[in-house]
Design a binder for this molecule. Structure first.
Ligand code: 5GP
Length: 322
């Protein structure tokens, strides 16, 4: 049995230090840590790589459902839950109806939000895949869930800004709505206890959250995603003010590449109607503007995901805590 000490391995946003590497009975390479078993999509030695990517053994497009009650929950975040997937190296990403802001100090359940985010994020990720931007997305499974590849989440929130708004406006005193001279990329350290502080490349490399090469890859992806999203939304009368994305390390054989992970939805973007500047994003919740579900449904309708006649499902927001 081989054992290797990892500097920091993080799975689904959690950091695991000092993982041990084993081969299980079927020859899967498996990392273990404190009794937690994490199967990565790495083939046993001597296995043809085609079996493990898009080859005949792993057919991601064949439906294989595990009843909810028998699924193993890997991670629960504020708006999503990750479950063990049907194949090694896959996870199921479940979208909840919870809306949180200000580091979860504000929290409501908005029935139907998860369904809309699942559909909108599917649309964005499928298009990114189609144009050759690598992502964790495989396919949507149902109204609230999608099948994704398991990646090591890089503990950074990557924010791309085209127009001044939110924390940039507050921090630098720039009026909201001011067009920026060029798109700006910022990094925030994903850490709820610290309130996701802004960090520089120096912090990222010094603390080992990502290497300089990985930062270059992340920035290249961020620029491509921004170009694609800006055009996509402009085409349906929406200005992409800014957005947050996350990236992960995807291991294929001994190769690793950086892919876009998590979600891209009105929860993680600022989207303004091009004519009226009406907000069609989570600021409706953050700023108590109301009509969040209708705004998300409007985005879905304009993208052609929801038909004109369809109404968003939901009984309205339910206050969880103040
Ligand atoms: P700001 O730094 O202005 O608050 O946010 C910039 C952009 O990143 C906005 O589109 C905002 O929705 C998104 N963003 C920042 N932090 C988070 C986060 O923790 N979760 C989500 N879903 N989006 C975030």
């Amino acid at each position: 049995m081989a054992r290797r000490v990892l500097p920091v391995a993080s799975v689904a946003g959690r950091a695991y230090v000092d993982c041990a590497l084993h081969y299980d009975r079927l020859g899967f390479r498996v990392w273990t840590d404190s009794g937690l078993r994490v199967a990565l999509s790495v083939p046993p030695p001597g296995t043809a790589s085609s079996h493990w990517s898009h080859g005949n053994l792993m057919d991601f497009h064949k439906p294989r459902y595990t009843p909810m009650s028998r699924r193993r929950r890997i991670y629960e975040g504020k708006a999503k839950v990750l479950y063990e997937g049907p194949e090694p190296g896959t996870l199921i990403q479940h979208f909840k109806d919870d809306a949180t802001a200000f580091n979860a100090k504000k929290h409501q359940v908005i029935e139907g939000k998860g369904v809309l985010n699942n559909r909108i994020s599917e649309y964005v990720f499928q298009h990114l895949n189609d144009i050759g931007v690598p992502t964790h997305f495989i396919r949507r499974l149902n109204m609230r869930e999608q099948l994704i590849r398991e990646v090591e989440i890089i503990p950074l929130e990557v924010v791309v800004r085209n127009v001044a708004a939110g924390s940039l406006s507050q921090r630098l005193g720039i009026e909201e709505g001011t067009q920026l001279p060029r798109s700006i990329i910022e990094f925030y350290y994903k850490n709820d206890a610290l309130g996701d502080p802004m960090v520089s490349e120096e912090h990222i490399t010094a603390f080992g959250w990502a290497t300089p090469q990985e930062i270059d890859d992340v920035m290249a992806l961020a620029i491509r995603v921004n170009d694609f999203l800006s055009g996509l939304f402009l085409g349906v009368g929406i200005r992409l003010v800014d957005f947050k994305m996350e990236c992960g390390r995807l291991w294929e054989n001994e190769m690793m590449r950086i892919v876009v992970a998590d979600e891209i939805s009105p929860d993680s973007c600022r989207l303004w109607d091009i004519k009226s500047n009406e907000k069609l994003d989570k600021d409706r919740f953050r700023r108590d503007l109301g009509g969040l579900l209708e705004a998300y449904a409007e985005v879905a309708k304009r993208l052609g995901i929801m038909s004109e006649g369809e109404r968003p499902q939901g009984t309205g927001p339910v206050l969880v805590k103040g």
